[in-house]
Design a protein around this ligand. Structure first.
Ligand SMILES: Cc1cc2nc3c(=O)[nH]c(=O)nc-3n(C[C@H](O)[C@H](O)[C@H](O)COP(=O)(O)OP(=O)(O)OC[C@H]3O[C@@H](n4cnc5c(N)ncnc54)[C@H](O)[C@@H]3O)c2cc1C
Length: 265
């Protein structure tokens, strides 16, 4: 896709990173089953740090660093969207909603009997997300899991049915009211802070050694960055590139402040 000043290539998966003299020279991307080499002066990476390091070619990565990258943990995620005629939960608040459904956007699930962590009511984010917001409700059921575990490996049918049963078991819906459902899986949804994460500083130091490489975003920094943080890391990287600033602390330091912005004052 052509933009004003560049080209966006979709469907390209970076597999190999070729380096020389502390610089990234090119990346090799898998596209339509073939590898295509792309050279560049500057590389901004938002791919998972783990994959970035494992893609660096030519025995350039010291084994200690490789081990840290390999050991970085992630939590994976699955969600099932369920379209129902109605919810059994009653709106006991004074808040007016379309169809008089409960006004919550997100509900955290505390029941120890179920695996579900949270569900969201899409109608309440925006009625425009739902075709018939007066007479139907789209609910999103959220689960964490590990890629390859028994939940991850369930078929769409099996996992959706499992999730719908859990929602019904909490008396939130009647199974007979389900009109439609859809399941999505997200690998590496949450970068986690255990295993080799304790040595992340060594990995950052190593990556900073590539002078034309900027690691940004959430998995690109292996930090629990939200959308805003992720964008700010990109802004900081661009600022450095434009001003010729050599250190990258400002890029890595986004979202390291102790006081979190979402806290109520
Ligand atoms: C379930 C869930 C709910 C969230 N809710 C919120 C929220 O409510 N508010 C909020 O602010 N944030 C939320 N976030 C976080 C938000 O999604 C991230 O902070 C943000 O998407 C990170 O942006 P990014 O560009 O770093 O990564 P991404 O958006 O993940 O983009 C990285 C891209 O790199 C691609 N990629 C990976 N490897 C390669 C490779 N080898 N070659 C080429 N491309 C590659 C991926 O396909 C992906 O498109 C949520 C995240 C999850 C998982």
């Amino acid at each position: 896709m052509k933009t004003k000043d560049g080209i966006i290539k979709k469907g390209y998966c970076v597999k190999k990173i070729n380096v020389k003299d502390n610089k990234i020279k090119s990346v090799e991307c898998e596209v339509n089953g073939k590898l295509e080499k792309i050279e560049g002066d500057i590389f901004i990476s938002s791919m998972p740090v783990k994959d970035l390091v494992s893609g660096i070619q030519g025995n350039a990565v010291p084994s200690k660093i490789s081990k840290i990258a390999k050991g970085l943990p992630y939590v994976d995620f699955q969600t099932v969207g369920v379209l129902v005629k109605k919810m059994k939960l009653k709106n006991k608040t004074k808040m007016k909603t379309l169809g008089n459904i409960v006004p919550d956007c997100w509900v955290y699930v505390q029941e120890p009997e179920v695996k579900m962590l949270r569900f969201q009511v899409f109608n309440n984010w925006s009625p425009y997300l739902v075709k018939d917001a007066e007479n139907t409700v789209w609910i999103g059921l959220e689960y964490t899991c590990s890629e390859g575990d028994k939940y991850w490996n369930m078929t769409d049918e099996e996992f959706s049915s499992f999730a719908i049963n859990e929602l019904a078991s909490m008396d939130i819906i009647d199974k007979d009211d389900v009109i439609d459902y859809h399941r999505e899986k997200v690998k590496k949804a949450y970068p986690a802070y255990f295993d080799t994460y304790k040595d992340m500083d060594k990995l950052v130091k190593y990556l900073n050694g590539y002078e034309n490489l900027y690691c940004i975003g959430r998995n690109g920094q292996h930090r629990y960055n939200n959308m805003d943080h992720s964008m700010v890391t990109a802004f900081e990287a661009v600022k450095n590139i434009k001003t010729g600033k050599k250190t990258k602390e400002n890029v890595w330091n986004v979202n390291t402040e102790k006081e979190y912005h979402e806290e109520k004052k």
